[in-house]
Design a protein around this ligand. Structure first.
Ligand SMILES: C[S@@+](CC[C@H](N)C(=O)[O-])C[C@H]1O[C@@H](n2cnc3c(N)ncnc32)[C@H](O)[C@@H]1O
Length: 387
């Protein structure tokens, strides 16, 4: 496919998404209808779509509209590319720009802050209150593509050996500063999971901030009975398993989300008991709660636009409910850890405050707040104890 044809494909997919089709479904649907597209084409089209979704408001402003065509037009203007080069009317590419389209759009410096920084208006006060002076720099980073991070499985190898193996296979990779287990790979993650060292359990794809959360819990994990109460796909369970707990149980309110965990644990050479009902009490209970995902908007940009005040409020109630249930699963001298990949204080400190008001026998013993300025996703952790 030509660059223009890739742009036209992105326009079609974006229009499908804007009409309500979920992102992955829209991409898969286009992929099925476009057997001629090779893997590089598919990757480039996907990149176009995700690039626009991250910057939907500012690109719409630059392109003078909010349909797929205007958004791609804005994307090209933002990149400093003359759109007439790609909107040239040649077969499979976008139609030539109309006079109206050529004149539409305005300079970004005239846009409001939420438009310029690509967030919904209603969320702007919450973001400003939560991020303070870092609001502009954090939101600017969230407009860009997320870095690719790996977690070395220290039960099998070490970071230097993994780096050497990645270099040997032609990947440009370096150690991450924010976690001793982290590696950043330049460019795309494609091909990484086909490496023999992946099959041998040397690494998992995991953002550095997720790893840093588990590092921070490592003293509570070593030799302890641990419950990962919201295990999902098991990223944190696997990372905790590397810190040698005495036992590790994975649970999730939607147990089907853990379906690949036994296979992943087998590859990593670690023991994780997957349960749909929890029995007993634990030294550490981690609640990696469902949240807005605002710290990971680079990876899931559509969740930025799908979030609403009502949805946030209902997430807050779920978060509080999870902590209230999970505290009963903690041994008297154990720890309850609350984590989210959110940047919003309403999902972080405010939930912990609400929990402590309702459960005055608990108090906070550790707290960590990461933003993309630290090198990975935004993440929040608060560790609570009784007494
Ligand atoms: C942020 S995800 C967990 C990600 C996972 N810990 C990881 O590192 O890959 C949150 C998970 O909480 C689960 N969940 C939602 N409500 C729950 C509840 N009431 N009790 C337990 N888990 C719940 C969701 O199904 C989802 O898998």
């Amino acid at each position: 496919m030509t660059p223009a044809a890739r742009v036209q494909a992105a326009i079609v997919i974006l229009d499908d998404i804007l009409s309500g089709t979920p992102v992955e479904k829209a991409l898969t649907g286009w992929g099925r209808r476009s057997r001629f597209a090779g893997s590089k084409d598919r990757a480039a089209v996907r990149d176009n779509v995700f690039g626009v979704l991250r910057c939907k408001r500012s690109f719409g402003w630059l392109g003078g509209g909010d349909n797929g065509r205007s958004l791609m037009l804005g994307a090209l203007r933002d990149a400093g590319t003359d759109p007439r080069i790609l909107f040239d009317g040649v077969a499979h590419g976008p139609e030539v720009l109309s006079d109206d389209e050529a004149l539409a759009g305005a300079a970004l410096q005239d846009a409001t802050d939420p438009v310029r920084l690509d967030v919904p208006d209603w969320l702007w006060p919450d973001l400003q209150r939560s991020l303070g002076q870092q609001t502009e720099s954090v939101l600017t980073l969230l407009r860009q593509r997320a870095p690719v991070h790996l977690r070395v499985n220290t039960r099998v190898t070490d970071r230097d050996a993994l780096l050497a193996e990645l270099h040997r296979h032609g990947h440009d990779a370096h150690a991450l500063a924010m976690t001793p287990t982290g590696v950043e790979v330049a460019g795309s993650p494609r091909g990484l999971v086909s490496l023999p060292c992946f099959e041998a359990g040397w690494f998992e794809l995991q953002d550095g901030a997720s790893q840093a959360v588990v590092d921070r819990l490592s003293d509570h994990v070593k030799g302890a009975e641990v419950l990962d109460f919201c295990a999902g796909g098991g990223g944190k369970s696997l990372a905790m398993a590397a810190y040698a707990p005495k036992g590790l149980v994975a649970h999730d309110g939607a147990p089907e989300r853990m379906s690949h965990l036994p296979e992943r644990a087998g590859r990593a050479g670690v023991a994780i008991e997957v349960v749909s009902r929890v029995a007993g009490q634990f030294d550490l209970v981690l609640c990696d709660a469902p949240c807005s995902g605002s710290g990971a908007w680079r990876r899931q940009p559509s969740s930025k636009w799908d979030l609403s005040a009502e949805r946030l409020k209902s997430l807050n109630d779920v978060q509080f409910g999870i902590l209230s249930t999970a505290q009963g699963l903690v041994r008297p001298d154990g720890c309850l850890a609350y984590a989210t990949c959110s940047l919003l204080d309403t999902e972080n400190d405010k939930i912990v405050e609400r929990f402590l008001l309702a459960h005055p026998d608990w108090h906070s013993v550790d707290r960590m707040c990461l933003t993309p300025l630290d090198g990975g996703d935004g993440f929040y952790l608060n560790v609570l104890k009784r007494g």
